[in-house]
Ligand binder design. Structure first.
Ligand code: NAP
Length: 310
């Protein structure tokens, strides 16, 4: 198939493009920058320079590639301060709203068979009931203030993709990424915070996180490109775990001292409710549907082995 990847140069894009090429697909990889054409060439893609926020550029790029499938991996999360996600969310929201709409219009004009888009499972699901959620579970109706804008952008993206009845609209709710190029890579922003003991264990650390190695996320995406059906898939590992378990384990792996413990009210005071919710109240996600329907299995079924290998 001919596959158009928007976000081909990002953490997930770099893993995805070579895998699509290896599987025999002709990949067209989009970037805003002429300077990244060589990287795309190396990854095996036909480089395409276009800005996702410019509808004409997107229409022209997609029109020229005439893809069978579009994959939307656009974010602007690199460099966002994790302690203040709301400050960096505006640009990512633009690529998740305007960017999605432009890619969908361009895809409709050439009649793409599938449209696969990146969403996030982390912190999206309702915070009542059991610790692990399936795609059938409702989304959080009341995200904390600092996460509200980001959640609205994700909802727009998901709704637009799932409402596109002229194509197989597929939403992949990835777990928290780790592996090369991510915040959790050695030297990455989050790893550094943990190493310097600036990422504390809040309250009981009962918030459940679902992780995924970016290579496994890319493998699931290839499966979705090739035979996904309209709908949502959680793309996470087999081992959703509370912060109280994974944070000390990761600190140890990074050679850091144990994370400091901070009561909820202190975090609420200095970082706001979002920090408390992410550390004590979010729910994890189940990958049962992705395994069943995409025939996918993560090579790192648990972050316990994955962190050590990454
Ligand atoms: N589930 C998760 O945990 C999750 C999800 C997403 C990201 N993250 C984290 O965020 C960090 C960055 O991840 P990432 O690789 O997704 O981000 P990134 O490195 O910023 O890559 C984003 C991609 O989107 C493209 N892009 C952004 N705005 C664009 C625009 N207006 N027009 C065209 N292309 C545009 C970039 O292309 P050019 O720059 O080449 O133009 C790039 O290919 C990582 O640390 C990762 O761990 C985590």
């Amino acid at each position: 198939m001919r596959v158009f990847v928007a976000g081909a140069t990002g953490a997930i894009g770099k893993q995805l493009v070579p895998r699509l090429v290896e599987a025999g697909h002709e990949v067209h990889g989009m970037t805003r920058r002429e300077s990244k054409k060589a990287l795309l060439d190396e990854l095996g893609a036909v480089p395409v320079v276009a800005d996702a926020l410019d509808p004409d550029q997107v229409a022209e790029a997609v029109g020229r590639a005439r893809p069978d499938v579009i994959v939307h991996q656009l974010t602007a999360l690199a460099g966002v301060d994790i302690r203040h996600p709301e400050r960096g969310v505006a640009m990512t929201n633009r690529v998740r709203t305007e960017g999605t709409d432009h890619l969908l219009s361009a895809g409709q004009a050439v009649g793409v068979r599938r449209f696969v888009a990146q969403s996030i499972g982390m912190g999206l699901y309702v915070r009542t009931g059991g610790p692990v959620k399936s795609e059938e579970d409702p989304l959080d109706p009341t995200p904390p203030r600092k996460l509200r804008e980001g959640a609205a952008g994700i909802r727009h993206l998901e709704q637009a993709v799932l409402d596109a009845r002229w194509t197989e609209g597929i939403v992949l709710r990835y777990g928290a990424f780790y592996g090369p190029g991510t915040h959790l890579a050695p030297g990455g922003e989050l790893s550094e915070m943990i190493r310097k003991r600036r990422f504390p264990l809040v309250g009981d650390g009962g918030g459940v996180w679902s992780f995924i190695h970016v290579a496994d996320a890319a493998e699931a995406t290839v499966a979705a490109v090739e035979h996904g059906a309209r709908g949502v898939y959680n793309v996470v590992d087999d081992d959703p775990a509370p912060v109280a378990e994974w944070l000390p384990a990761l600190a140890q792996k990074l050679g850091a001292k144990k994370p400091i413990r901070v009561p909820r009210f202190i975090v609420r005071l200095f970082a706001g409710e979002a920090g408390v919710v992410m550390m004590t109240d979010v729910r994890g996600a189940s990958n049962a549907k992705a395994k069943r329907e995409l025939g996918w299995r993560p090579a790192y079924p648990s972050w316990r082995q994955g962190f050590a290998a990454a």
